[in-house]
Design a protein around this ligand. Sequence first.
Ligand code: NOJ
Length: 555
Amino acid sequence: MKLAAVAVVAATAAVAQNIPSIAWGFASSAYQVEGAWNVDGKGPSVWDHWFLNNHSLVASKGAGNPIAAGDVFKTAGHYDRMKEDVALMASFKSSMYRFSVAWSRIFPQCNGQVNQKGIDFYSRLIDELLNAGIQPVLTMYHWDTPQACEDQYGSLLNRDMFIRDFTSYADVLYANFGSRVKYWLTFNEPAAYCGRGFGPVSDAYIWPPGKNGRESDKYNCIATTSIAHGAVVQLARSKYPQYEMKFSMPLIIAYYIPVAPADVEQANINTLSQGDWLWGSLASADGDYPAYLKTVKTGDMDGSLLPAFTAAEKATMKGTLDYVALNYYSAQYFNGVSGQSAPTLTIKADQVPWQSAYPGGIRGITQLMARSYGPLLASSVGGLAPVMVSECGYGSISEAFGPISQSVNDVDRQAFFEGITAGLQLAVVEDKTPVFGFLAWSLLDNLEWLTFDQTWGLVHVDQQGGTLERTVKQSANKLAAFFAGSKSPIALAQPGSKPANSTVSSSAPAATASGAAVTTANPTATGSPSKSSSSIATGYSVAVALFSAFALMLV
Ligand code: NOJ
């Protein structure tokens, strides 16, 4: 282990002059930061409804922790402090920001009447970002379904109605923001909301809408999500081709680190299968799951339970993934084939229970994704798929209880991001992996779904005192220092661009994925991510050429 650490330091020093060209910044989601849940015409989401009706659930977790002091209806108060928060990001010279739109701000009743004040808020946010030189990345769905969709027809368990309404919502977003937002994310981490909102889980894990019943409901929710993704990407391509919007679906994937060469193939299957049950159908040439999945069982996914798609559903989905959007938090060693002893991952005492942080894994996992999806995506360059790290962060359970001085001097988070940036630099500069965006989770301490007892922000928010005052943590300064001088490979749109003419275009739905003869993201076709990458490209000049070509594809 010591030797490996020395090698990484030496390699990092060698490439220190070559700051990777990455658009970088922070990620957030509406429900977790905005507050203002019933302001300016917004309707309740399933999360608002949950807390309005089950507040004791939150309070019961409050004994001895600051949750009672945090206000689930204010969270970080971003709705009222939007300009201050954008100015904060500009002060770090960040060049990308991922936020989500609360569907129930746009359609308080799920469908029907548009709430103009909701449109206006996000329109102001987008212009504020563009004026600050920050690329907006818009998530369309980060778990906060309008409660009205749930009340009217059971939301994600009613496939036709859900897709109809999600498509109408998408249409409104494209018409209003499509000229200014190039990077779109449809559904964030479907396994989380489908599993915990609809699948059979124990009480402590239940999330709204709390319909936890049959295992098949979780899989139906996942399938509805994939088809809805396909439908809204097809809409964007057919009705708003002039905007050339690019789409992905952010998935959280834990990296299996092969311990020995014999472990590589199965470790890669374990890693890739976490994404393939969703991305597989969107990236494949035929719109179906990769065949190998049927016999795989990992984590949240049992391949034998995946519902079959109709021919029309497959046609809707195929070729609708433009880039890989990876939420990277955790890793684990895999020695299941070789049986060789695995190093122990150091888990810090302040880490949240589910995260096993291994920052160096960013190098291997981005390379694995770029290589595996490279043959499948039309936007690949040099056989490699473009990758956005759409979330990456370090959660602390002790900061929430401690004094602000401890929060600000967030040593473990700083160490995590130091490892991440060292790995990213090697990934981009050495391996030529086309990572074009990196988003730290999260700008602000916020509401971590059912709790306030975990903090993920690189900026402290005074939730305990209730002032919501922002104080920069040292991790934010360090991250900004690393990326200082990094050039974003992506052109910005103009603020205030006019909304589209919403006449239906007659152009055909967009092309499918590349004509490559590959029909699945074949895990066994990928190389060892832990090996030297000399087979991908040779020399820095090749990397620059490749990267520029790739950036052009995206602009
Ligand atoms: C991923 C989710 O997208 C985000 O909402 C959550 O806060 C982070 N993980 C940390 O748990």
